[in-house]
Design a protein around this ligand. Structure first.
Ligand code: AGP
Length: 611
């Protein structure tokens, strides 16, 4: 999704802006640009469609001390140079913007009457003309931005520069994340701290309504009423090590293989001899769990599928659990039972729909809010009563992999803690908890074993290279795993993939079965195996070709219609965490065959900060 970098320094900041944009590439974008107040006091503007490398080719000669840069993920207006940011007005002011301005049409109509020429189809252009208009009425840059944002409806993270105040960078935030990075005789803004790794490890988080005036030597922040406000300085622990490919062809492949380590780190310090420990979850975790009688989980995409798997665990443990997609939850009425814990799940912690759902939930009588998140500096973390971190490390591939399995591990630990309360005093450990904890402890090794099946999965992937559709089947907690497998395949290989609860086949999708519709099934050796086998027979009888990830003791064997890949026997609770890994590898290798841009699939963004 769109990314912002800005800088005010005593040196030429163009290389820092371009480097920052490169670091934001993983978020997904379609065009890029920068504007710098150059040595002659003019605004130098460069924009291009495509990768940051294309922008670098036309911008690396630009020289100046104050500037803004942007990667754009198209919302209003197609990907084109004229729609790329920054946008300028009268060659005096330049703006980069993340978010969506809802009243852009009425502002545009007024500005056309005032004589402002429009060169883009974006909602952003009205912002820069409005600032320009206020400056023409005699306001300074800060005051002009303050006046402008008071007229905007919608979400914005803004970086603004003007040749009339060549030493100043203005930043403003409402609903779209923006950080101020602090350096020595230089200061920065960014939508994501990873843009600033080489230049700053100290930063402040702008809050909604904040407007900052930034120079190379000073940072002043004001609230919406123009009153000065202080924001805490935070130390960032992000490092370049996490962003190296380390010999892998793609981040996605690296991240799939990192799951052994990521799960180990997520479990570290949280498992006692025979139980899940609560203290490492935070001082208030015990108190919050004590109050919880039922759970509502909200998330999007892969994080939603993690929640959907967890629902089986919570309800198996006798805890009512309801799961909903954030963008749906936001727009309907709700009945909230007393003692309901509102949980969000998010890799990035910046997904706008999830964040908005949390803000709404806070007004609705939930007992507490808990967030399961991978990014400590994120908005969801700051807005929740309690956060339990997934220690997946930075995830760069747009297709989420290690974030998903670490979310599952974390959710299982939370479910165990709540189960203990339901059974008694919250402290007594029983045999089932001990059994699951022992399984969790061996999970990294079991993941390693599944990863060693990769060569067989490569052979399997060759059957998908020429296909346009695929069907994924699972039952119970493996139905959401099938959905996650289908999501992985569609987002990186562009093959249309759908998942069904296997029992639903005969209610419609069976009509699709023929030799061109590969059917992928997840078949652990659980109480639903025999039912699933019957569903697979329904496919076979109609000439369908099956690709089954099955427990070695399931009795399923390969033949001319069925390709079975055996997974070592595994405990039922842990099985979904394990079975998703071969599906990730299958999607990866199919995409590799198809030659798609695996880490940055078309039209998608890593961090979805618009509605
Ligand atoms: C997964 O592969 C996705 N690209 C996407 O569905 C993602 O999980 C979703 O956008 C939610 O993101 P979050 O976990 O950062 O909130």
């Amino acid at each position: 999704m769109c990314g912002i970098v800005g800088a005010a320094a005593a040196r030429n900041i163009t290389p820092t802006l371009l480097d920052g944009l490169r670091r934001l590439e993983y978020r997904g974008y379609d065009s890029a640009g920068l504007a710098v107040v150059d040595g002659k006091g003019q605004l130098s503007l460069r924009r291009s469609v495509g990768r940051v490398a294309s922008l670098t080719a036309i911008a690396d000669q630009v020289d100046g001390h104050v500037g803004i840069a942007h990667t754009r993920w198209a919302t209003h207006g197609r990907p084109a140079e004229n729609n790329a940011h920054p946008h300028t007005s009268s060659s005096q002011v330049a703006v980069v913007h993340n978010g969506i301005i809802e009243n852009h049409q009425e502002l545009r109509a007024r500005q056309i009457e005032q004589g402002f020429p429009f060169s883009s189809e974006t909602d952003t252009e009205v912002i820069v003309h409005q600032i320009d208009w206020h400056m023409q009425q005699g306001l300074g840059l800060l005051a002009a931005v303050q006046a402008t944002v008071s007229e905007l409806r919608g979400a914005y993270g803004l970086g603004v520069v003007s040749k009339l105040e060549p030493d100043t960078l203005i930043a403003a935030r409402s609903g779209s994340p923006l950080l101020i990075g602090l350096g020595e005789h230089e200061n920065f803004i960014a939508s994501d701290m990873s843009a600033l790794i080489p230049v700053s490890n100290r930063y402040m988080v702008m809050e909604d309504g904040d407007i900052a005036k930034i120079t190379s030597t000073s940072v002043e922040i004001f609230d919406l009423n123009g009153q000065p406000v202080e924001r805490k300085v935070i130390i960032s622990h992000l490092s370049d090590e996490e962003t190296e490919l380390e010999g892998y062809a793609h981040y996605m492949k690296k991240e799939i293989h990192e799951q052994t380590r990521a799960i180990t780190e997520t479990l570290e310090g949280r498992l006692g001899a025979d139980s899940v420990l609560e203290l490492p979850f935070g001082d208030n975790a015990r108190e919050i769990f004590d109050r919880t009688k039922e759970v509502k989980i909200i998330a999007c995409g892969t994080s939603y599928y993690a929640a959907s798997v967890a629902r089986y665990w919570f309800e198996e443990f006798g805890i009512k659990c309801d799961v909903e997609i954030a963008s749906e939850y936001r727009y309907r009425k709700h009945v909230v039972n007393p003692g309901t814990l509102f949980m969000t799940i998010s890799q990035s912690g910046e997904t706008l729909d999830t964040m908005a759902a949390l803000e709404m939930a806070k007004t609705m009588g939930y007992s507490n809010t808990l967030c399961i998140c991978n990014v400590p500096e994120s908005s969801l973390v700051r807005a929740s009563d309690l956060t339990i971190f997934t220690h997946a490390g930075r995830e760069i591939g747009v297709a989420s992999t290690k974030a998903f399995t670490t979310q599952l591990v974390t959710l299982l630990m939370v479910a165990i803690c709540l189960r203990r309360r339901r059974l008694g005093d919250g402290r007594t450990i029983d045999a089932m908890e001990t059994e699951i904890v022992n399984e969790l402890r061996t999970l990294p090794q079991q993941i390693e074993n599944v990863l060693s099946l990769e060569d067989q999965i490569i052979v399997m992937s060759k059957h998908f290279g020429d296909k346009e559709h695929a069907l994924f089947l699972g039952r119970g907690a493996h139905f959401p795993i099938a959905m996650e497998g289908a999501l992985k395949l569609k987002e990186i290989s562009y093959i249309h993939a759908e998942a069904y609860a296997a029992g639903e086949l005969k209610h419609g999708p069976l009509a699709l079965i023929d030799e061109d519709m590969p059917v992928v099934a997840v078949a652990p050796n659980d109480e639903l195996l025999e039912k699933l086998k019957s569903n697979l027979e329904e496919v076979r009888a109609r000439g369908g070709k099956l690709f089954v990830f099955a427990d070695a003791e399931s009795g399923l064997r390969s033949d001319d219609q069925v390709m079975v890949l055996n997974v070592a026997p595994v405990n039922n609770f842990i099985a979904p965490i394990l079975y998703v890994v071969p599906l990730q590898l299958l999607a990866y290798h199919v995409a590799l065959l198809k030659g798609t841009d695996i880490d940055k699939p078309r039209n998608l963004a890593k961090s979805v900060t618009v509605e």
